[in-house]
Ligand binder design. Structure first.
Ligand SMILES: *Cc1c(COP(=O)(O)O)cnc(C)c1O
Length: 354
């Protein structure tokens, strides 16, 4: 284990005490924290990117970071299957399918959503999930609340058939899952210390808000005084905040601490049309980022987060002169989801030497 990974582990362990558990050994840690000179130059602020997309090659990103702890914390030797829910481009569904393979469990993935229909072609995360999962069950045009009820019933039904299973709720932050996001904050702080960088602002994608909660805990713990800017990408900021408060309360109770969300801000300004409905503008930005910086920003998580960050800078919600850590939470395989359907034709008209 590298020196820094070792230090992060020790510090996480020291903080959590009896609540610490050894994570499942998968993924490459620490993920790099890189000064992005070209983005910084263009935007006019010093931007460091935390490359959570480099934790694995399947783009599981920080879902993988959390699931190492979540699944290590349950007694997976005594169950037969993992169950989860997701939508077509779901990064979570893919990560669950991957862990099921590693732990030699069955995976049951329930896919659906308000407007979702079964795609006629397989691409991106959905393709990878289909190839790795044992069972993919479809519920077209089904709300999230309904999906959760369906999953609960599905899980009970499996148990009745003698297939003992564990349900992983969306966000993968239940049980010990959040430890992964606290660890992320400890890792970032250690890397900043080595680089002799001190920052006040972190920008991160907010799906369930769990990453922001983990970073807020890590910040207070390390007296870092970071403001965590969570860019909402699916559910609105009020829903995300409610969920985050619940999660924070659960951990405060567990640890006997009084961490709070005072320095966490959630924003709705980059939601666009919502999950799995990229706008032309978002597609344009994702193409631009690839062309300009050679990075695969997927349309559901990272493009929106990037756009959200730019707005924070333009409106000077993050003041001029501040260095920023932008967390690339992963999900890069998602670049090939809806993107491939809509990518502009003009780019394929070859105007080169041939
Ligand atoms: C799930 C997910 C998120 C959302 O993170 P939360 O901690 O749920 O807010 C962000 N990025 C990627 C790639 C994800 O898979």
């Amino acid at each position: 284990m590298s020196e820094i990974a070792n230090k992060v582990k020790l510090e996480t362990k020291m903080f959590l005490g009896e609540h610490y558990i050894e994570p499942i050994d998968i993924g490459f840690f620490p993920t790099p924290l890189i000064v992005e000179n070209r983005i910084s130059k263009e935007i006019g602020r010093k931007i460091l990117i935390k490359r959570e997309d480099m934790v694995d090659v399947l783009g599981c990103g920080h879902k993988l970071r959390r699931m190492r702890y979540l699944l290590s914390g349950i007694n997976y030797n005594e169950i037969d299957a993992l169950v989860t829910i997701g939508s077509v481009p779901s990064n979570q569904a893919k990560t669950v399918a991957l862990f099921a393979r590693i732990l030699e469990l069955e995976s049951h993935i329930i896919i659906g959503g308000d407007k979702q229909t079964k795609p006629s072609t397989l691409s991106g995360n959905y393709l990878v999930t289909k190839l790795m999962a044992d069972f993919v069950q479809w519920y077209e045009f089904t709300s999230w609340i309904k999906m959760k009820e369906i999953a609960q019933k599905y899980s009970e039904q499996l148990s009745k058939q003698g297939i003992l299973n564990f349900f992983i709720d969306s966000g993968a932050s239940q049980e010990s899952g959040l430890i992964g996001s606290i660890e992320l904050g400890i890792e970032i702080k250690n890397q900043l210390d080595i680089e002799k960088e001190s920052i006040n602002h972190i920008v991160i994608c907010a799906g369930s808000g769990a990453s922001a909660v983990g970073l807020a805990i890590a910040s207070e713990l390390q007296q870092a005084s970071w403001t965590i800017h969570g860019i909402c990408i699916g559910e609105g900021s009020e829903t995300v905040l409610t969920h985050s408060i619940d999660l924070m309360n659960t951990w405060n109770k567990k640890l006997g601490t009084e961490f709070n969300l005072e320095k966490v801000k959630f924003y709705d300004h980059a939601i666009g049309l919502g999950y799995d409905e990229p706008t032309d503008y978002e597609i344009e930005i994702s193409e631009y980022i690839l062309k300009q910086y050679g990075m695969l920003f997927d349309l559901n998580y990272m493009v929106k987060t990037f756009i959200g960050m730019k707005i924070l800078l333009e409106q000077e919600i993050i003041p001029k002169g501040e260095t920023i850590v932008l967390v690339n939470s992963g999900g890069n395989i998602g670049f090939f989801d809806s993107h491939s359907k809509k990518i502009s034709n003009k780019r394929t008209e070859y105007g080169g030497a041939l």
